[in-house]
Design a protein around this ligand. Structure first.
Ligand code: GLY
Length: 428
């Protein structure tokens, strides 16, 4: 029986474990550090996701056959490299390949080198602050300012006025709001369109695709308010038609894999392409070097084929032999967050209604923890409720029925998840 260690503690990792637990080969599952939900499928290990030494040690000590790295921080820090050195198969790119996410400046320059469609941009360092101001003054509004490094999804500012752009530059370059992550800033043109997330499992040469999804990044209905990690998702996203997906493969995924290999950093892992579908076609907003969260909570429940087989094939360089099978219908995930998220919020609120919610939908835990018999809140995004259905409306109905069954003080959710998808499906 293979033993798999999943690194991370969010809804994404719970959804990965849920898919692995469906494998007919019934793997032994470990999760580090996990949450109250992952504990029902895996043995939670009290090791932080960025404690590289302890993760490699435990993988060796427990004779782990495969490590799946959920979040970007350990990938950027080189966990996949460390595991490869210890000859432990891993799902996740090397630190050099993970620069597609950990350095926006690298990703943009890489796309320019390989003709991958993305917004025009320039990169500025701290000592070029005046040049950065002159650049935003000379370009049409809105402009997008991106901290170069990892900033937990918060390092992107969209400025609709010159003053706003100057203030953003001040915060990023002068005030170092994100520390070294904003030592460089990418300034790019704003692309008008609708966003979509595409996921490829790749061994560096070949790849297979999962269902395209759409995230809901803002806290407020109608895509208003501050940016979060994601307040809900659905898949498949009808925006990404089969024809469009072929275009994304030909213009983005294939050139990226060829380019990374040609530059000496073959990309092996999960490639998440964050897209803006503009009137001029698909353009890359960002790459992520891991599964999306909450997108994983809709993409993996639609997977009928064996994720364990796919992951092993990816790690062994034979993904071309895999066939992805998806179930018919749709999946929709509604996130329940703590009041105040994505700003400051309180933890430790008792969560009730979990069993009743599970009658309607899959219940993926994110910021939760067990406190004796009681599950309590322990983060900004608390739970993801994933409904499955014959179509998107049915999936949403199940997800919202589950959301209604859960109670905790300060429960916060968006009630318009999937509306763009429904409108598109209803369009003549
Ligand atoms: N849902 C966005 C992300 O995972 O980065």
């Amino acid at each position: 029986m293979p033993c798999v260690l999943v690194v991370g503690s969010g809804g994404r990792e719970h959804a990965i474990l849920d898919a692995l637990a469906r494998s007919p080969r019934q793997p032994d599952l470990l999760c580090a550090p996990g949450n109250a939900g992952t504990a029902s499928l895996a043995e939670n290990l009290p090791i932080a996701a960025d404690d590289l030494d302890a993760l490699v040690d435990v993988a060796l000590a427990r004779a782990v056959d495969l490590v799946v790295i959920g979040p970007e921080v350990p990938l950027a820090a080189g966990l996949a490299d460390r595991l490869a050195d210890a000859e432990i198969p891993v799902v996740g790119p090397t630190a050099a390949a993970a620069r597609l996410e950990s350095s926006k400046a690298f990703a943009k320059a890489f796309m320019a080198r390989h003709g991958v469609p993305t917004a025009a941009c320039r990169t500025f360092t701290r000592d070029a602050y005046d040049d950065a101001r002159a650049y935003v003054d000379a370009h049409p509004l809105p402009v997008v300012l991106k901290a170069d490094g990892l900033a937990a999804g918060k390092g992107v500012l969209i400025a609709g006025t010159r003053d706003g752009a100057h203030e953003g530059l001040q915060r990023l370059l002068r005030d170092s709001e994100f520390g070294e992550a904003s030592a460089e800033v990418v300034i790019e043109a704003f692309i008008v369109g609708e966003e979509a997330s595409v996921f490829a499992l790749t061994d560096g040469t070949d790849y297979v695709l999962l269902a395209p999804a759409q995230d809901h990044k803002r806290i407020g209905e109608g895509d208003t308010g501050p940016t979060t990690g994601g307040m809900g998702a659905y898949a498949p996203a009808p925006l990404v038609t089969p024809v469009l997906m072929k275009q994304v493969e030909a213009e983005i995924i294939q050139p990226v894999l060829r380019g990374m290999a040609a530059e000496g950093h073959p990309y092996r892992g999960i490639l998440y392409v964050g897209l803006m579908i503009s009137s001029a076609g698909p353009k890359v907003v960002e790459f992520n070097v891991r599964f999306g969260d909450p997108e994983t909570q809709v993409v993996l429940p639609l997977l009928e084929s064996d994720l364990l087989d796919h992951f092993e094939a990816l790690a062994e360089g034979r993904i071309a032999s895999e066939t992805v099978r998806l179930r018919d219908g749709a999946a929709a995930c509604v996130i329940l967050a703590s009041a105040g998220y994505p700003g400051s919020y309180e933890k430790g609120k008792p969560i009730n209604g979990l069993d009743e919610a599970a009658e309607h939908a899959l219940v993926f835990h994110a910021g939760t923890k067990a406190h004796g018999e009681q599950v309590i809140t322990n983060g900004g995004r608390v739970l993801g409720l994933t409904g499955l259905g014959a179509d998107l409306q049915e999936a949403l109905d199940h997800a919202y029925a589950a959301a209604a069954a859960i109670q905790f003080e300060g429960k916060t959710l968006r009630r318009d998840i999937g509306q763009k998808g429904l409108a598109r499906l209803a369009a003549p």
